[in-house]
Design a protein around this ligand. Structure first.
Ligand SMILES: Cc1cc2nc3c(=O)[nH]c(=O)nc-3n(C[C@H](O)[C@H](O)[C@H](O)COP(=O)(O)OP(=O)(O)OC[C@H]3O[C@@H](n4cnc5c(N)ncnc54)[C@H](O)[C@@H]3O)c2cc1C
Length: 664
């Protein structure tokens, strides 16, 4: 039975009564607690079924619709400001699917109050926040802006989870999580990407991590959820590779496998040789310009580059899969060699120095989103403009959408339709239809920035020219799942001498990797680093199926992500942990305090061969980066490898393209 402590601890006694106990059918021995109570708000919003002709009836029909996902799909959300928004919510998924299926409103006609703004930004991720920052900085007196986002909290894929395990507050990323401190710049206005925003928002350059006592076993910790996968940096983490056993033989661990030059890996001599050749390979090609690199490398996948250009064994491409899929969605067979060159991967770049430091804010890149918000609407986060307050303070939701302020941010608002009021070249305004609280609402603006992904824009923007539609159709989006498991203790990892695990995945297995971070210490937020104390174990889980066409891989992954219930994932995760850590004493009922699933249906746009323009130099994204009429597009996927600073750059670029339309 589940311990009677009610370990999940929302911090409230009532929580104990809301968490049921259930025997897992697949793993009766686990006797897992159900931490997947339905978040009440999650089922209220309904979908999209409208007709302009009969608005009242349409509104009624609209309210009657319910999300199509299983009621136990979403699951437990933790505590704090992000508890109702972990990954895509059920109503976001339902609305997106109804849009795709053509159930949409025709116009603003018949809708009640239609608000007027100078600018509407659709999307509250880093791109939308980048657009908003540029607007706020350059805005003329009297100009107004409304930012609409479909999730209950801003940040897009840069959000966080919060647990309270027996009184210990633990934050963890929902998606985007790690960073290198960029070089300092004296004039942010002349810089771009990470360096520009890091300086402009005045982020700190040094951080305090938790001390690891010298009298403990000498473990090494990653500070984020990626570093242990990066060639050259993974030696800074105690990484265990788990190799499956046979029918009767148990699996085996190879700890610090790369550090040991694969000597402890249960592989054939030929495989070891092939892998080591790949791992060590430096830059084998030099290019005079980025255009030259694209013209050559963007014509082939990374796997093809390794096998055909460098004559490496297939193990090399397979070894590259995991990091590539974690960083951009699919493996070596599907991703452009140019993206691999940028990442950087063996054979295309030299080994990065182990001294490079990666960090992760307590909630991952939600830290960046929160810095943007503090600048945009200062009282939206309680406290001063200081690191501790911004990173750990509570959100003042009432401050986001107040009448009269230059920027209003409206959450839980799914935009269904955007179109010019007339010919795009001649129209004075753009109409925006969105849904909030089960109601259909309308806004009119002089200009719109679409800071959402292409999977959405091609359905939402109704007068999208054919060239844009064709360009967007070439984008391929893959899903991703981040499962954060709050542990009451991590003695089982300590016993194995590891802080990160990578496994040789079998057919029925869950995931590929997991790790605990050395938690950043921020003011009074001081999570422990002690095997006997709570911590979050994060499973970053891509969906990739080498050998299938890119689109088929994306569809298969999304089907699995959407059709698996919370309970099924819970079972899979705990069974996987049992398999990996059972021999080291892992005991789910004692060691697991709670699980939050963060499911991202369109997490990454895959930079497939040709994404950057290939030999022709014509890239689909070049079309999307043009504005038409009063609508411009800015989102991170246009960059190929999605990243926070370039995401904000894309939003800023899109805003500047339509800024003049705000006048008059
Ligand atoms: C698992 C994972 C790990 C990552 N790790 C890192 C990392 O370590 N470092 C890094 O820099 N980047 C990382 N990224 C990349 C990350 O996606 C980008 O850095 C950036 O945060 C994306 O910003 P965006 O604004 O372009 O998109 P998003 O963050 O997706 O924001 C778009 C917003 O628009 C909303 N929206 C969409 N359609 C509508 C609609 N119709 N109406 C209203 N709102 C809508 C979306 O729901 C979302 O909130 C990671 C991504 C994933 C998925």
């Amino acid at each position: 039975m589940l311990s009677s402590r009610g370990v999940l601890a929302t911090g409230q006694e009532t929580r104990k009564h809301r968490v049921g106990t259930r025997k897992s059918s697949a793993n009766p021995g686990l006797n897992i607690s159900r931490r997947d109570f339905l978040n009440g708000a999650a089922l209220g919003a309904g979908g999209v079924l409208l007709g302009a002709a009969a608005p009242a009836a349409a509104q009624q029909a609209f309210r009657a619709r319910r999300p199509s996902l299983a009621p136990d799909w979403y699951g437990y959300g933790g505590v704090g400001d992000y508890r109702l928004s972990h990954g895509n919510t059920p109503e976001v998924v339902a609305a997106a699917h109804r849009l795709r299926d053509g159930e949409f409103p025709a116009s603003l006609d018949g809708l009640g109050d239609v608000e007027d703004y100078d600018l509407v930004i659709v999307g509250g991720g880093l791109a939308g926040l980048g657009a908003a920052l540029e607007y706020v900085k350059t805005r003329q007196s009297g100009q107004t802006c409304l930012l609409l986002d479909n999730h209950p909290i801003f940040g897009g894929e840069a959000k966080e989870n919060e647990f309270n395990v027996d009184g210990t507050r633990l934050l963890a990323p929902q998606g985007a999580n790690g960073f290198f401190v960029p070089p300092a710049v004296s004039d942010p206005e002349r810089a771009s990407g990470d360096a520009r925003y890091y300086a402009e928002l005045d982020l700190p350059r040094e951080f305090k991590l938790q001390d690891w006592p010298a009298d403990n076993e000498p473990l090494r910790f990653c500070a984020d959820n990626y570093g242990y996968l990066v060639r050259g940096l993974q030696d800074n983490t105690s990484v265990g590779h788990y190799f499956r056993g046979g029918e009767t033989a148990p699996g085996t661990w190879a700890v610090d496998m790369w550090r040991q030059r694969l000597a402890n890996a249960p592989l054939s001599a030929a495989s070891r040789k092939g892998l080591w050749q790949w791992y060590q390979a430096g830059a084998t090609r030099r290019f005079d310009s980025d255009a030259a690199a694209i013209a050559y490398l963007d014509t082939m996948s990374y796997a093809a580059f390794l096998e055909n250009e460098l004559q490496m064994r297939p193990e090399a491409a397979a070894a590259g899969d995991l990091f590539m899929a974690s960083a951009c969605g699919l493996g070596s067979d599907a991703v452009s060699a140019y993206a691999a060159y940028q990442l950087p991967m063996p054979g295309l770049s030299d080994m990065p120095p182990a001294s490079l430091k990666r960090y992760s804010f307590p909630g991952g890149n939600s830290g960046y989103a929160r810095y943007f918000l503090k600048r945009l609407i200062p009282d939206a986060i309680a406290g001063q403009v200081e690191f501790e307050d911004i990173i750990t303070g509570r959100i003042n939701f009432a401050a986001l959408d107040r009448a009269g302020q230059p920027l209003r941010m409206r959450l839980s608002s799914t935009v269904l339709r955007v179109a010019h009021d007339g010919e795009p070249g001649a129209a004075d305004t753009v109409s925006i239809v969105y849904t909030r609280d089960g109601e259909i609402r309308g806004v009119r603006a002089k200009a719109v920035v679409m800071a959402t992904g292409g999977w959405m824009n091609r359905y939402v923007v109704r007068d999208l020219p054919a060239a844009y539609r064709e360009a967007y159709e070439q984008f391929q989006h893959v899903p991703f799942l981040v499962a954060n498991v709050a542990l009451t203790n991590w003695q089982f990892l300590y016993k194995l001498g590891i802080t990160a695990a990578i496994w040789d995945r079998g057919e029925d297995d869950f995931g590929y990797t997991c790790n605990i971070r050395n938690p950043m210490q921020v003011g009074d937020y001081r999570p422990p680093l002690d095997p006997g104390q709570p911590i979050v174990l994060s499973f970053y889980t891509p969906f990739f199926y080498p050998g299938l066409p890119v689109k088929a891989q994306c569809v298969r992954g999304r089907t699995e992500l959407l059709s698996t219930t919370y309970a099924q994932y819970e079972e899979k995760i705990l069974a996987q942990m049992q398999k990996l850590f059972g021999s080291a004493g892992f005991e789910p009922r004692r060691d697991v305090a709670g699980i939050i699933l963060n499911r991202w249906g369109h997490a990454y746009s895959v930079p497939f061969p040709g994404f950057y323009g290939g030999a022709s130099g014509r890239a689909p994204r070049d079309v999307i980066r043009q504005h038409y009429g009063r609508i411009a597009f800015g989102h991170s996927e246009l960059d190929g490898l999605q990243h926070w600073g370039p995401a904000a750059d894309e939003g800023r670029r899109a805003f500047t393209q339509v800024r003049d339309a705000l006048q008059g």
